[in-house]
Design a protein around this ligand. Structure first.
Ligand SMILES: O=P(O)(O)OC[C@@]1(O)O[C@H](CO)[C@@H](O)[C@@H]1O
Ligand SMILES: [Mn+2]
Length: 450
């Protein structure tokens, strides 16, 4: 067990310096696998680059592959983390953060893959992948993960049809729903969005992780695997304690910090459509990534592509849903943002200081949903917290608005459990924190006691 070096009540960061830890196995095995797949993808697109850009495209492919092979070697031999050289909007922030990491090292050792924090080096790897294309025009805008993300969408078609059909069925009698029926539907679609997070291509190292079964039918069976379920607190916060049957038309702005494209993104769009159609929200602000990230995370292109694909589907209810979503974007009910902070390595407790503009934007929300595991790791600073540590404490002052994490567990950080709950799980299933089988709906409000 890691020695819980407790500085000012904050335990140590998860790191690969603990041989055999999940961080260690991720960096030793999974990240090199992902890098190798990126190299293969670029190599497989060589002819495309030639068709589009001639010999220049072929030279750029060669240079990008050499950059990535060097990166893989640095990672596998625990070389020092290097400053970025692509001189774009976030380069300075990354290089400043490298200096912060240097200060944390012992005996003046340089930050490196197996000695620095897992969160930092894993985010850094994806930023170096971006650098490897950015420094090699004319393939600067090539999304090395696009194929994997679109494949995940196409392989989840049955499930996507099922949830769009369900949504359109709901729309027919939305205004006739009682408060109890509305709450019941809210809980269902919140859980569909929660379990949509299983479909993440980073944990699977790019292996197919699409949704095959019908998402609605499996909710009852999945309930025992929700370890913290604050759904009713979320409902109260969203309805703001309004008198049942009262004016549902809150002026509520709900922000959704997205995670994976493909099936998970569709579950988020379905959930957001329900929030607006039921009057629980009047506008939804989506926050995605400004570059390809953690294999399947959503970029602006993915967001637009997914709505267009759904609209163009040869399926009545998918097409009807996509048309509605396109209309929401056009009339401003839905908006998409991709602040650079979401693809920096910072813990969210740093946001107010390091990205005050983003923090101020989030403070305008009445409620924020954070999707997925990486966001959970950043919400809790990816530390060795005790499982019974209160969620509020682990947020370390990050409180732009009432918030909820919808996360399937894929990394060994989990707070807010009952006494003994973590120990019971470890005794029954040693891999409970990283298998993706378990999930949390974890709420925090600025007004809750610390
Ligand atoms: O944020 P997501 O998509 O739910 O999961 C991201 C993830 O797959 O990548 C990291 C492991 O490589 C972990 O944070 C987590 O396992
Ligand atoms: Mn992700």
């Amino acid at each position: 067990m890691a020695n819980l070096v407790v500085l000012r009540g904050v335990p140590e960061s998860l790191s690969a310096k603990y041989v055999g830890s999940f961080a260690y196995l991720t960096i030793r095995d999974r990240l090199p696998t992902i890098l190798t797949k990126v190299i293969d993808t670029i190599h497989r697109n060589k002819d495309k680059f030639f068709e589009e850009h001639g010999e220049e495209g072929v030279q750029a492919e060669k240079r990008a592959i050499s950059f990535l092979s060097k990166l893989r070697n640095e990672l596998q031999t625990d070389k020092p983390v290097l400053a970025l050289t692509d001189d774009v909007v976030d380069t300075d922030m990354w290089n400043q953060y490298l200096l912060r990491q240097q200060v944390l090292m012992e005996e003046n050792e340089p930050p490196s893959w197996f000695k620095s924090s897992w969160l930092y080096v894993e985010c850094y790897m994806y930023r170096r992948i971006q650098e490897s294309v950015r420094l090699n025009p004319p393939i600067c805008d090539f999304d090395v993960f696009k194929e994997a993300k679109t494949q995940s969408f196409f392989e989840s078609q049955q499930a996507i049809m099922a949830i769009c059909t369900y949504l359109q069925g709901l729309m027919k009698n939305m205004d006739d729903l009682s408060e109890t029926q509305l709450l019941d539907q809210f809980l269902k679609l919140l859980q569909v969005s929660l379990w949509g997070n299983k479909c993440d291509l980073s944990i699977s190292a790019g292996q197919d992780n699409s949704q095959k079964a019908s998402p609605i039918d499996s909710l009852e069976d999945l309930k025992p695997f929700i370890l913290v379920d604050d759904s009713n607190l979320v409902w109260s916060a969203l309805t703001n304690g309004k008198i049942p049957g009262g004016p549902w038309k809150l002026q509520g702005r709900v922000d959704i910090v997205l995670d994976n494209a493909g099936f998970e993104l569709v579950t988020d769009l379905v959930f957001a459509d329900f929030l607006v159609s039921s009057g629980l929200a009047s506008q939804v602000h989506f926050h995605g990534k400004s570059m390809p990230w953690f294999v399947s995370d959503t970029t602006r292109e993915d967001f637009i592509w997914t709505i267009r694909q759904t609209l163009a589907a040869n399926h009545r209810w998918m097409s009807k849903s996509g048309a509605k979503w396109q209309h929401y974007v056009k009339d401003g009910t839905w908006s998409y943002h991709d602040h650079p902070f979401w693809t920096l390595p910072h813990e969210f407790c740093d946001m107010a200081a390091d990205a005050p503009d983003l923090y101020a934007t989030l403070q305008k929300a009445d409620f924020i949903f954070f999707k997925g595991d990486l966001n959970y790791r950043k919400l809790t600073s990816d530390r060795h917290w005790a499982h019974t540590e209160p969620f509020e404490k682990a947020l370390r002052g990050f409180h732009p608005a009432p918030l909820c994490s919808l996360r399937t567990l894929k990394a060994n950080v989990q707070v807010g459990l009952q006494p003994g709950q973590g120990e019971d799980l470890t005794a029954r299933e040693p891999g409970w924190m990283t298998s993706g089988k378990y999930a949390v709906v974890q709420f925090s409000s600025p007004h809750r006691e610390q």
